[in-house]
Ligand binder design. Structure first.
Ligand code: ZN
Length: 378
């Protein structure tokens, strides 16, 4: 990997190199190494392209296609589970979307977020674009055919949109500047680009997701927006947990802010060190766990990561997401907390290390006296 995908500066040695297997964002294991670089000029962190990126998204990447109701859990509240697309729709509608406005969901997948937006704002005119035709079924019936595009953007859409959204798209693409330029080109003057991307400093496990080939820091996002012919309206972390919410407007290019790329690259370096330590701790625990009846708490990304470093499989995963519990993950049963077998000798906690201890505070209620094992870098 020779140069930065955003500012094109030359890159040095990788900050982290881990042998196969690697984890994908869909919690599958791929026979690839994980390598992370950071640009000291603009602060962008990045990993090499997947071997065949185009084919991966065209035919392999079927996010939430299993069933219509399938959606990733965002949080559990007193009013019940909130799913990711509902939360994304709320964030989009926090902005000013003009009455009757034309909205394009870019890299839409099933466009479940846009559908949730339309439920609240039936005055809007919905458009979708994706690099696959896997989702056409899901668009039929509520988006007119002339407002659907696969593979190529119609020239007639140039400069016509009031809002272009991209929910967790740019972390996957080989040329984020070109993609954001395409989004910008669709906008009217004054129109808004809204996008969500993971924030590696708020959720450092994102650094290990091998199809997230871009890991954006704040200075890198400022540079990206500016190079795409947009002006930053806001870049906020935390509106979506572990992610950046970026709003940018099509207008005259703005001056670059003074945020330091070198500093951002150094923070990424601290996180890659953290992960090198956690991966070592997982590998070191594997021989001990091989002799035990253990469970992994967390059937998502972190659970898959822990599993990938083990020598023997756990009895089950434990997960509080009602969409996962009752099924299997990588062939291993997933059960709700409290429904695990009574003869477990250990529960391995595989959650975001920044929140793992806090999240397991209530575990005494359902895990009884089965010891919990946390993985930390020290
Ligand atoms: Zn750069």
């Amino acid at each position: 990997m020779k140069s930065c995908r955003i500012c094109l500066s030359a890159l040095g040695e990788p900050l982290l190199s881990v042998s196969a297997p690697a984890l994908s964002s869909l919690s599958t294991l791929l026979d690839l190494p994980t390598t992370i670089f950071a640009c000291t000029t603009c602060g962008h962190a990045q990993s090499p392209d997947l071997p065949d990126l185009q084919a991966f998204y065209d035919t392999d990447y079927k996010i939430s296609l299993q069933s219509d109701g399938h959606d990733q859990l965002y949080e559990l509240t007193d009013d019940g589970p909130v799913f990711r697309t509902q939360h994304q729709a709320r964030l989009v509608l926090d902005g000013d979307v003009p009455q009757g406005g034309r909205v394009l969901d870019f890299g839409s997948g099933k466009a479940a977020t846009l559908q949730a937006i339309m439920a609240q704002r039936p005055d809007l005119s919905p458009h979708v674009f994706d690099v696959s035709r896997d989702y056409v079924e899901h668009w039929r019936g509520w988006i007119s055919e002339k407002s659907q595009a696969s593979y190529d953007l119609p020239a007639s859409w140039d400069g016509t949109m009031d809002l272009v959204t991209a929910h967790f798209v740019l972390e996957h693409v080989a040329d984020p500047v070109a993609v954001l330029r395409d989004m910008a080109r669709m906008l009217k003057l004054g129109g808004e680009a809204f996008f969500l991307v993971p924030d590696p400093e708020a959720n450092s496990g994102d650094l290990l997701v091998v199809d997230h080939i871009n890991h954006f820091t704040r200075p890198a996002l400022e540079r990206l927006v500016s190079l795409s012919g947009l002006e930053v309206r806001s870049i906020e972390s935390g509106g979506f947990r572990g992610a950046w919410t970026v709003r940018a407007v099509r207008s005259a290019p703005a001056d670059l802010a003074n945020a330091s790329g070198a500093q951002a690259a150094a923070s990424i370096g601290a996180l890659t060190d953290l992960w090198a330590g956690i991966l070592d701790a997982m590998t070191a625990a594997a021989p001990d766990l091989a002799g035990q009846r253990y469970a992994i708490y967390g059937a998502g990304f972190y659970g898959t990561l822990a599993l990938s470093r083990m020598q023997e499989q756990p009895v089950c995963f434990i997960d509080s997401n009602p969409h996962l519990a009752g099924g299997t993950h990588l062939g291993i049963p997933v059960v709700m907390p409290g429904s695990q077998p009574s003869d477990l000798t250990q529960i391995v906690v595989a959650l975001n290390p920044a929140i793992a201890k806090e999240a397991m505070k209530g575990a005494a209620d359902w895990a009884a006296d089965v010891p919990l094992r946390f993985f930390t870098a020290d």
